[in-house]
Design a protein around this ligand. Structure first.
Ligand code: FE
Ligand code: FE
Ligand code: ZN
Length: 277
């Protein structure tokens, strides 16, 4: 069975997200660990977290894919912005242990001037500061569209980050269909080739989760604007081929399309229909 869900709001607590996921036919989901555009985090209620854990187990959910806030930039030129990113992520790692064994996805960041190589060093350093060998969370680097000075638009950049991290077994990749297409990887007519390239550069065993989005922009545009499934330049056929690819089967799929809950329910139903086995 396809492991699929969408982004859910954590405003009403953990258990509520689980119930909401069930109500739309999801068996995984994503949520922001804190305000996506701010950084403040609500205290976690351990009873609420335990209630969600029971719900996930009883309903055979796949792993969840939490998302770090967008404001986090581990390779900013400003020391205080990097410190904030480090603080946030260290705290998020502690918070994630309330829901052990899940994924935590983040955008590698934008280097704003100092160059890709230095940016990669900064990201690596931050990860080395916060990752402990005991943590049960796997941190995922998201493949990016490469807009502006964004790092992570090329597989080689993500590989360089992984190579610099001491406890690399705690690190993996989340592939976003909109981002890789906007980034110039041809998942529409050459998915096999893209996955081969990923395997050669990074290794498919590092690929742990998928963001399933259509794109408002043409392939290679380096833009990053998500469209509803079937309403963008990637299209339903290519998305269907993606979720059915034998090398990607079983990975949690997260929708980040511009939808409300009812729209997500429809897309989940549609993708389940398109899923062979
Ligand atoms: Fe993201
Ligand atoms: Fe994404
Ligand atoms: Zn995006």
């Amino acid at each position: 069975m396809l492991t699929i869900g969408c982004h859910l709001s954590s405003a009403e607590g953990f258990l509520h997200m689980g119930e909401e996921a069930l109500s739309i036919g999801a068996n995984t989901f994503a949520f922001f660990t804190r305000n996506p555009r701010g950084g403040r985090a609500k205290a976690i209620d351990p009873v609420d977290a335990q209630a969600l854990r029971s719900l996930l187990e009883e309903n055979h959910f796949g792993r969840l894919v939490a998302h770090a806030p967008y404001t986090l930039n581990p390779c900013s030129g400003k020391a205080n912005v990097r410190e904030f990113a480090s603080l946030c992520m260290r705290e998020d790692m502690e918070r994630m242990e309330h829901l052990p064994g899940n994924y935590y996805n983040f955008h590698p960041g934008s280097h704003v001037g100092q160059g890709t190589e230095r940016g990669i060093e900064m990201i690596t350093q931050l990860l080395n500061d916060i990752i402990t060998p005991e943590q049960s969370t796997i941190i995922l680097l998201e493949t990016m569209a490469g807009k502006g000075s964004e790092i992570g638009g090329r597989f080689e950049e993500l590989k360089a980050i992984i190579d610099g991290v001491r406890h690399a077994q705690k690190l993996g990749i989340c592939m976003d269909t909109c981002h890789v297409s906007d980034g110039g990887y041809d998942i529409i007519s050459d998915l096999d080739g893209v996955l081969e390239e990923f395997d050669e550069v990074i290794g498919l065993e590092k690929l742990h989760a998928l963001h399933i989005n259509d794109s408002k922009n043409p392939p290679g545009s380096r833009k990053d604007r998500h469209a509803k499934i079937g309403e963008g330049t990637i299209g339903t056929d290519a998305i269907a081929a993606f979720i059915n690819h034998p090398k990607l089967k079983g990975l949690p799929c997260i929708l980040e399309t511009p939808n409300e809950l009812d729209g997500y329910a429809r897309e989940i139903r549609r993708l389940r229909d398109l899923c062979q086995g």
